[in-house]
Design a protein around this ligand. Structure first.
Ligand SMILES: Nc1ncnc2c1ncn2[C@@H]1O[C@H](COP(=O)(O)OP(=O)(O)OP(=O)(O)O)[C@@H](O)[C@H]1O
Ligand SMILES: Nc1nc(=O)c2ncn([C@H]3C[C@H](O)[C@@H](CO)O3)c2[nH]1
Length: 316
């Protein structure tokens, strides 16, 4: 009897507890629905952002160029290369994630250039991982509301692999086993994370000698031992892929348009040139590939010919 009473009591308590939880869940739901200011965790993008990679040799001017892009439209965002992660000098916003390698205090870029044979596999793995992580970050809310959002990536997972890692293998500093393992998991990740598919590539093209001068002028300490020969090797890989179209590095890139900009000349302080450059980029972003045929030269004469065909029907 007692047991029965006890049983009924506990059943009642359990029932009450369930009802109580249901009631409180319902009232929570009600109050949530009644709260007009309740913030959603993350907006869902109104449109899939176009993804465009900005490629080019070391010190060709990519960072300078993407700063121009960033200022061009509120619907454009840039994803810079995570070089601060590799050198451990994180100047990211407060609250951003601190990676394991940052905690350990290494300067992987320095380690790589000091002893490429020892660190090439480690560097290439980490470069790919950190690039992937950054490029997959959710879109900021402002871009979720944009009608024509565009993300510009400073370099891509493909250049990581087919320019840098491949060069390490071909120049003998990465062993065949390391190269095979790197390829194995980078292929797996590239396919598993299909959302990083590119819609276009902008190739900033400059002679390796010019890049070498700019690199020296910039004076990043880690790069003090980088040779002109190394830049020539990287240049040749860029040219074969993006200029001469000799290799299809990845099936997903087969029909992706490539817009080549000649960056041999100074454009940093040249406002009219910058404006023409941005006009062509706007056309390219809109899907007008006529700019790819004519290319763009940062010398005035060639830029004029681009300006003739670019018109002024700019949407962004
Ligand atoms: N068109 C240009 N004319 C003259 N100087 C330039 C030009 N573009 C960039 N520079 C200078 O060259 C240096 C390298 O430029 P930047 O850092 O933009 O290159 P990057 O391509 O981003 O390099 P990295 O491959 O190392 O990321 C900087 O000092 C920059 O001011
Ligand atoms: N080995 C190697 N693999 C990469 O994927 C890669 N991406 C960038 N870099 C180097 C070039 C500049 O020094 C510096 C900044 O671009 O980092 C790389 N080096």
């Amino acid at each position: 009897m007692l047991a029965h009473v006890g049983g009924s009591m506990s059943q009642l308590l359990v029932k009450n507890a369930i009802v109580g939880r249901l009631v409180s869940a319902k009232s929570n739901l009600q109050s949530m629905m009644e709260m007009p200011t309740l913030k959603r965790a993350r907006s869902t993008p109104a449109a899939r952002p176009k993804k465009i990679a900005v490629e080019g040799n070391i010190a060709t001017g990519k960072s300078s160029f993407i700063r121009l892009l960033e200022a061009e439209s509120p619907e454009w965002m840039v994803v810079p290369e995570p070089v601060a992660r590799w050198t451990n000098i994180s100047n990211d916003e407060e609250g951003s994630e601190v990676t394991l390698s940052q905690k350990s205090g290494g300067n992987l870029l320095q380690m790589f250039y000091d002893d490429i044979k020892r660190w090439s596999y480690t560097f290439q793995s980490y470069a790919l991982l950190s690039r992937m992580r950054l490029q997959r970050n959710p879109l900021p809310d402002a871009l979720c509301e944009a009608k024509n959002p565009v993300q510009f990536f400073e370099r891509s997972l493909q250049s990581d692999r087919y320019i840098f890692a491949k060069n390490c293998f071909e120049s003998g500093v990465m062993s065949e086993t390391e190269w095979n393992i790197y390829q194995d998991w980078s292929t797996y990740l590239l396919h598993a994370l299909g959302e990083l598919r590119l819609d276009g590539i902008i190739y900033l093209r400059a002679e390796p000698e010019i890049c070498y001068q700019r690199m020296q002028k910039r004076g990043r300490p880690e790069e003090s031992g980088v040779t002109l020969d190394y830049l020539k090797c990287l240049h040749e890989k860029h040219e074969s892929w993006l200029y001469r179209n000799e290799v299809v590095v990845d099936q997903t890139l087969q029909d992706v348009p490539i817009f080549i900009i000649d960056c041999n000349e100074e454009f940093i302080d040249d406002k009219p040139n910058q404006e023409k450059m941005m006009q062509s980029v706007r056309k390219f972003v809109k899907g007008d590939t006529s700019v790819c045929d004519s290319g763009i030269d940062s010398t005035n004469s060639s830029l004029d010919s681009i300006a003739d065909t670019s018109g002024s029907d700019i949407e962004y």
